[in-house]
Design a protein around this ligand. Structure first.
Ligand SMILES: [Mg+2]
Length: 234
């Protein structure tokens, strides 16, 4: 039995709309209307007049005062798509760089895992990373140009999640979670693993609530602690 296909999934700009939430936070801090801040931004938010120092201060206030990581809107389709992939056997590994600053890690971690539950994002493990890019995934979904480049430099396969600030990057790109799903399914098949057809939802008790209702209890579908353990169990 082969090991599961591991999908490394970034959070900000991929699962969660960081730009929208940060824009609202900066507007609150400045007491201006959010529409006065363009959403067509480069990576450093220079369009909003931010430099590295002022970015970090607004980011800190957004995380601590506004609980940005608990409240930011999910990107369309992320929950449904990741549930389908997880149900088909894809190992979802959340990879986030949210501990980049040396303050309030408790808030960042608690709000992050709370957000994942609230927005019904399935995952089997989660990595809070600093600079080290490579955590052993078969495919990464990532939006940050420097992370994409670092991963590709380590020979990792990376699918760029389209954002205004990463359009200079070439290679694999998805504009929506539907496009992510297509690439992942193709990659699973190309890797020589089987990709099961989805079960029809009609007629299955409770199936209609599968994506919108209560998430499965811990231990039901996501019981294994590592891809290797899953292989041993299967
Ligand atoms: Mg990101």
């Amino acid at each position: 039995m082969t090991s599961p296909f591991v999908l490394g999934v970034d959070l900000d700009g991929v699962c969660a709309d960081y730009t929208a939430a940060f824009r609202a936070a900066v507007a609150r801090h400045r007491e201006v209307d959010p529409s006065s801040l363009t959403d067509d931004v480069t990576w450093d938010f220079a369009e909003w007049g931010l430099d590295r120092t002022s970015f970090l201060e607004h980011h800190r206030r957004a995380v601590v005062e506004d609980h940005l990581f608990a409240t930011m809107p999910p990107i369309d389709g992320v929950s449904d798509t990741l549930w389908r992939l997880s149900d088909a056997g894809v190992w979802i590994r959340i990879i986030t760089h949210r501990l980049v600053s040396n303050w309030n890690h408790a808030t960042a971690v608690a709000d992050t895992v709370g957000w994942l539950d609230t927005n019904r994002v399935p995952y089997r493990d989660i990595c809070f990373l600093g600079a080290k890019p490579q955590v052993g995934a078969d495919l990464y979904v990532e939006d940050a140009p420097h992370n994409v480049e670092a991963l590709r430099a380590s020979a990792a396969r990376v699918l760029v999640f389209d954002q205004p600030y990463n359009r200079s990057l070439g290679g694999l790109r998805a504009r929506t979670w539907a496009e992510v799903e297509d690439v992942v399914v193709g990659s699973v098949v190309d890797s020589g693993r089987a990709y099961p057809s989805p079960l029809p939802l009609v007629g299955l008790a409770g199936a209609g609530d599968r994506l919108g209702g209560e998430p499965p209890a811990a231990g039901d579908a996501l019981a294994s602690s590592s891809p290797e353990e899953a292989r041993e169990q299967s």
